[in-house]
Write a protein that binds this ligand. Structure first.
Ligand code: SAH
Length: 249
């Protein structure tokens, strides 16, 4: 097994103090001892090996080697906008996105969304992402943006920032709009690596027809992952896997 990993705000100093929840976890839960090697990461892509020098009940003093920059993400090339499910499934969705290297998550508010993501919920998503980084050894965490609704997402799709982005609305095949040609998983591939990708995933109740039409009219393409209805977590995992193939990450 690899070294236990801890999150610190700042790497670079030779002597680093872990406190609060990270220290509690190391001391009370893992019962680590002085002399144990651990890994420290800052969520910005840096990682450093450290050795526990001393500890009190609440604090851990670590001698850290100079950090290396090893983000282990997809280098700002894969984004997702997702209408998140509730409860544990929300955590699960964030974990899949982080494990599969997605750079940014924008929580999406749609007509049939079941979970409202406000400021405090967003902080929780940010924490889930960091926890997942510990587990999957990713050193740069996934950015979690402010919630957007469909019209804000449309504005973004038409903006300068979205110029080099290929956007895909995930929508099951049986509901293909007659005015747009849906593209199924098997007949779309990139000859050259795609630059940047955005996947837009709907709520458990699905996008409404008008939401899909509006997104397609703003430059997004439709992507069907086949004729079975996937859970949000599954759709996200398949699309993120596809993304890593399309960008050759
Ligand atoms: N009852 C809804 C299903 C929603 S599933 C409907 O029929 O539209 C939740 C979301 O996952 C969908 O909005 C879509 O973005 C994605 N999804 C699920 N299954 C999919 C599939 N086969 N192809 C493409 N996207 C899918």
């Amino acid at each position: 097994m690899g070294l236990h990993r801890f999150f610190v705000e700042e790497l670079g100093a030779a002597r680093i103090i872990l406190d609060d929840t990270e220290a509690h976890h190391a001391i009370k839960v893992l019962r680590l001892q002085v002399g144990t090697s651990i890994e420290l990461f800052d969520g910005k892509g840096n990682v450093s090996i450290g050795t526990i020098d001393s500890m009190t009940k609440r604090e851990l003093v670590v001698t850290a080697q100079p950090p290396r920059f090893e983000p282990r993400d997809s280098l700002d090339r894969i984004r997702f906008a997702v209408s998140l499910p509730k409860g544990d499934r929300q955590r699960n969705t964030v974990e899949k996105l982080v494990e599969l290297g997605v750079d940014r998550l924008t929580p999406l508010h749609t007509e049939r969304s079941v979970a409202e993501i406000d400021h405090s919920n967003r902080d929780r998503l940010i924490r889930y992402a960091l926890e997942s980084c510990k587990q999957c050894r990713r050193n740069r965490t996934m950015r979690v943006e402010e919630t957007q609704n469909i019209s804000q997402l449309r504005q973004f799709l038409k903006s300068e920032e979205a110029k080099d982005l290929d956007s895909w609305v995930l929508h099951p095949a049986e509901q293909l709009m007659t005015v747009h040609t849906g593209i199924s998983l098997s007949n779309r591939y990139y000859d050259a690596p795609a630059k940047k990708l955005l996947f837009i995933v709907g709520p458990e109740g699905g996008f409404t027809n008008s939401e899909v039409s509006l997104l397609l009219a703003s430059g997004a393409n439709q992507l069907s992952l086949g004729d079975r209805i996937l859970r949000v977590e599954t759709a996200v995992s398949v699309a993120a896997t596809l993304a890593s193939i399309w960008i050759r990450a």
